[in-house]
Structures are given as C-alpha cells and as structure tokens.
Design a protein around this ligand. Structure first.
Ligand code: PLP
Length: 613
C-alpha cells in the first residue's frame, strides 16, 4: 500500500539482409493446421558491402556509458567495449516516416536466411505456445481506412511472445545440459518464458533478477516454477551473476534475443501471419528491443513474401536498432528511456543486427504519447490492455498509414505483450489524451479573475480537464496551469482570444519537462537564482534517494523536486539545484559517481520554461 506523506523541511537543507541458391521448396505443418507448401525462387544477385560490426557484445563485460553506471534494461544487452556511445537524440525523425536507414544490401546472405526458415518451420514451440489469433481491429481500421490486423501475442499464457524463442532454444538442448539446469538474467517477459520452459521440460530454471525487481514480477516467475535469484542493483549486475553461475555450475545461459534458436522461435509468429491472413499484406509492424522478434519475422517474410514490407518499431528515445541501421554499425545508446521497459535495450545483438541490416525495411520511431494513445485504442477496440512495448506496433501502423496516406490495404501489427505494470496506467492514461493541450495563463491577482478566465474558455466552447492554481503572494499575477480539450487550429484560436482579452497565455504541450513534471507543481512562482534543472533516472528501490543525497554538498540547494514512476524498475525524477558556476563541474562529478542515468535540461529549455512558470 502506498501513502502520501507531507513533510515540512527547513528551507535551505538540500533535498535529492543472394547466395548462389536460386530455388527451394518445402512443406510444413503445424498442430491443428493444414500443411503449408512454400516454393521460393530467386535469381537476382548483386553486391553490397556487409554491415560494419565494430565490436562483439557476446561474452563481454558490461560497462557504463556516459553518465550511466547501470544498464537499467529489463532484458537488455550487455554493453560491449569498443562500441560507440550515442544519445537517442542523435537520430530523430517524424513519426510514421521511413527511408532513414542505409540502403538495403542487394546481396543478403540467402543461405543463412534459408537456415532460419528451415529452423522456423521446424521450431518446437507449440508444446507451450498457442497459435495466437490474427484479429481485425474494427474501430482502428475504420478510423485509418485500412484493414488493421492484430497478431495477438499478448494472448499467450505468459502474456507475451517470449515463450516461443526461449522454449525453442531450451527444448533443443542435449539431455545432459538440460539435466544440469538453465539460467537467465531478466526482470521482464524473458524471465517468464524461461521459467515456463523449465517447468515444461522438467529442468531447474534459475532467473537472476536485480534486487529492485517488483514483487509482482518475482511472484509471476515463481508461479511458473522459476527459481529467483535476486542480485545486484542493475540489469548489468544480474547479467554478470547469471553468466558467472552459468560457468561455475554448468547451467546453460539463455539469452533474450541474440541466438539463432531464440530468433527462429520468434520467427514462428511470422510463419503464422503468413498462413492466417487472407489477401496481400502491405506491411507488418514489429516492436524491437534487442531485435529477436523482428529478426525472426523478417527472415521468414522476406524469403517467402519478399514484397511485404516489414518495419521494426522503437520508442523515439529507445532507438538502438534505428541508430544501428542508420549508421551501419551497432551503437550503445547511453541515455535510453524506460517508458516501454520491455524494449529498453541499449545495444542490439550482433546476429539480430546482421539480419535486420540485411532485411528490415526500416525502423519507425514513435513517442510516448502515441504509444499511450495506441494502448487506449486497443482498449476501446476490444477492452484489452497492452503493455507499452506491446502497443508499439499499433502506434507505428497508425503513424505510418497517416503520414504516407495509405488506404485500403491490409497491415499487420504484432501486439507483443500485456505484462503491464499497473502503476504505470495513470501516466499512460494521462499521455493518451492527445486531443488535449497544456496551457499556462498569467492571471492578474484581482478578485474574480479566475472566474473571468474560465468563463471566457467556456464561452469559446472549450472544456477544461485539469487545472492547477495557487494564490501567489508578493506578486501582482498568479500562474494557472491547465489542460484543455483543444488542439491545432482550435487551440490557436483559444490562445489568441485569451491573449486578446488580456490573459497572457502560453502553450506548454510540446515541452516534455512541463508535461511530465512541472505542471504538477504548484506553490507560487519564485525568483530562483542560478537554478539548473536535471533529470535523473532513479532505480525503484529502498534508499535510492538516500544514496543520491549521501554526499550532497550543503551549498547545492535543491530548489525543485518531482518524482514520477516509470516502467518496471525506474522513476523519472526532475531536480532543480541552485548551483554557483564554480560548483557545476563538482556537481557533475558527483552525479556521475552516484551512478544514476541523468541529463541537465539545456539552459535554453530551462530558461524558457522557468521564465514562464
Ligand atoms: C512485450 C515485448 N515486446 C517486444 C519485445 C522486443 O523483443 P526483442 O528483444 O526480441 O526485439 C520484448 C522483449 O522482451 C517484449 O517483452
């Protein structure tokens, strides 16, 4: 149970991608399914340079990126030495737009592709996984003017596709290895896939999870017979422990995505889509974390149905595959976001990169708001709740069809998971309201001015959905921050009218810091000197704030603090600190030592926001 505590403090105490192979035919059958016969013919051959892989991630030791000492991924990669550090901000493009990756090579390794397809067709997944339905989303289809088909991987027993890859790999282990046991590091959907596979194959499944893992995730794994080993404060530490135990105890390490059997298992999703859909598909949208699911689906599709576009989807601030395909090399995204924690992977796998580089049409980037709106759409369409990673594909399908004005075709979105962290629903519901805007109005501190403002907004036919106002003493005007049901031209008209009638009004919706933090803060404006805003990613664990403040200097005064829970393992924390110029370097050194991912909000942004609030 959570409680809200209100504590008064004294003001100055600081707070915290042809081979020579040209033709192939095979047949396969799935349980309860009619046999499938596939004939593949290829003749074109060309030459393109192979993608550049700077360093191999397998078996390397994790290490910290810029200002990051902990890989806060849930099923993330191990960050390898020698891989270039980048920020997600270095590659941003419009939602729904494509054509950003390096051109597709004309000479993909078809032999390897053939191997994948054979492995996909021979995959052992149906002992535990179901063939999930491919359902039409009626409301969304009407809204978009296309047939939007949802491949419902969220309806698996473990509420995600992850069981396919894990079970396929584990079931192929030699008897001797299986007897010894299996191990993985995961606080996410991979953990549940490995636990259930262990239970079915009667082997001990050890799941190493960071100590910060919420009880609900631990319980889910234990219910499936997994033996949980809580270790370390970050994914990196848990991963290191799992690898060590694997070597010392002879347990087989089960990777979350960068393995050919895991990829083949996930590829069965593509095989099912191919048999389930009636008619031609224009495009398939697949979420990407480490790239296992996308690699499996694209391997099947590009060989069997080469005209179908396959797009990967990532959150715009979790763009490790988009960056890799854009640059032609694997990179380490040091400041990944965590909103869609299932896909929060700093660095994609070697094999998944190779496959996606050779075959994937592009990666579509989507924002939190669009992911949240997609969760709402799914709820409205069928009363189902998806986790953010699970809804990425819907957000991308919508954005792609709208941006490119695509109508009358079949598109498929893989809804990959429903392991929603219930605590995140509030934030999602808030972000989903993309038909609303945030405004700030300077209100003259005279009797009746609030009524005048609200009357004016009502007379303009606009609904207010949220309002924060606090009397400001010692100032001639007060600040009202509020949300209105108005966007685009309706919003422009409203703001123009309010300004015309003397209410100085600003649109704040585009500012993420305002949207996520500042709009919840009230208490009257202050002139805060030398204030710098920082955004930290705190681990969700006892003592996180205590650790942050441990050696905090008395002359770094905390002037603002707002904490917002995000994903499974982390919180997004906005902190204002009054810092003399001479103290800045020292403060950054301290922040790096603390080890939480952080960034300073740029002077431009903070100056602009703070001038208004
Ligand atoms: C719900 C969900 N969707 C998508 C993904 C991404 O899968 P991959 O890492 O194979 O790209 C994951 C990964 O765990 C997931 O849990």
């Amino acid at each position: 149970m959570e409680s809200i505590l209100l504590t008064a403090t004294t003001s100055n105490i600081p707070l915290p991608r042809n081979s020579s192979l040209s033709s192939l035919s095979f047949s396969s059958s799935l349980p309860n399914q009619v046999s499938t016969k596939v004939e593949i013919r290829r003749s074109n051959k060309g030459t393109t340079k192979a993608p550049r892989i700077v360093a191999s991630s397998s078996g390397s030791k994790g290490r910290a990126g810029k200002g990051v000492s902990a890989n806060v991924a849930v099923d993330g990669s191990v960050v390898a030495e020698g891989v270039k550090d980048v920020s997600w901000k270095e590659l941003q493009y419009e939602e729904g737009s494509t054509g950003h990756r390096l051109p597709l090579p004309t000479d993909p390794d078809t032999e390897k592709q053939m191997e994948y397809i054979t492995n996909i067709l021979g995959s052992n997944v149906y002992d535990v996984a179901i063939e999930t339905p491919l359902q039409l989303a009626p409301l969304l289809s009407t809204q978009l003017g296309v047939n939007l088909w949802l491949k419902r991987e969220d309806s698996q027993q473990v509420f995600s596709f992850k069981i396919r890859g894990a079970y396929n790999m584990i079931s192929k282990l030699p008897e001797k290895q299986l007897k010894k046991g299996i191990i993985c590091a995961s606080a996410g959907n991979h953990a549940q896939g490995v636990a259930l596979s262990g239970q079915r194959l009667k082997t001990k499944a050890y799941i190493v999870m960071p100590t910060t893992t919420p009880q609900i995730k631990i319980d889910a794994v234990e219910r499936l017979g997994g033996i949980v080993d809580l270790y370390g404060n970050s994914f990196d530490e848990a991963q290191k422990r799992a690898k060590e135990r694997s070597e010392e105890e002879g347990l087989t390490f089960i990777p979350p995505f960068d393995d050919k059997d895991v990829i083949a298992g996930q590829g069965t999703v593509g095989m099912e889509i191919g048999r389930q859909i009636r008619g031609k598909i224009h495009a398939i949208f697949v979420p990407i974390g480490g790239g296992g699911l996308a690699s499996g689906i694209v391997s099947f599709y590009k060989l069997v149905y080469p005209d179908v576009k396959v797009f990967g989807v990532e959150p715009n601030d979790q763009n490790s595959m988009a960056q890799a395909l854009y640059r032609g090399e694997i990179v380490n995204v040091t400041d990944i976001g965590h909103f869609a924690d299932g896909v929060a992977v700093q660095q994609v796998g070697d094999e998944t990169f190779r496959i996606c580089y050779e075959l994937l049409d592009d990666v579509i980037l989507v924002k939190k708001e669009s992911i949240s709106a997609a969760i709402k759409d799914m709820f409205n369409d069928g009363r189902n709740i998806l986790e953010p990673s699970g809804a990425l594909s819907i957000a991308a399908a919508k954005a792609y069809c709208e941006y490119n004005n695509i109508k009358g075709v079949n598109v498929v979105a893989v809804t990959s998971g429903a392991n929603m962290n219930f605590d995140q629903l509030g934030q999602i519901s808030d972000l989903a309201n993309i038909d609303q805007s945030i405004l700030a109005t300077m209100l003259p501190e005279t009797p009746g001015s609030l009524k005048q403002l609200t009357d004016l907004i009502a007379d303009l036919g606009v609904t207010i959905t949220e309002m924060t106002y606090r009397f400001s003493s010692g100032s001639t005007d007060a600040l009202v921050v509020y949300k209105v049901k108005a966007v685009d031209s309706a919003l422009e008209t409203l703001v123009r009218q309010l300004n015309f009638f003397g209410f100085k009004t600003y649109t704040l919706s585009d500012n993420e810091v305002v949207r996520n933090h500042l709009r919840f803060m009230m208490g009257g404006r202050q002139n805060v000197e030398n204030e710098t805003l920082f955004r930290f990613t705190f681990p969700e664990k006892v003592g996180a704030l205590k650790h942050f403040l441990k050696d905090f200097q008395p002359n770094w005064n905390v002037s603002l603090f707002h904490h917002r829970h995000q994903g499974i393992l982390t919180s997004d924390v906005l902190i204002g600190v009054q810092l003399e110029k001479s103290e800045e370097k020292k403060f950054h050194e301290y922040a790096k030592k603390v080890g939480y991912q952080y960034e300073a909000i740029s002077q431009d942004d903070s100056a602009q926001v703070l001038a208004k609030l």
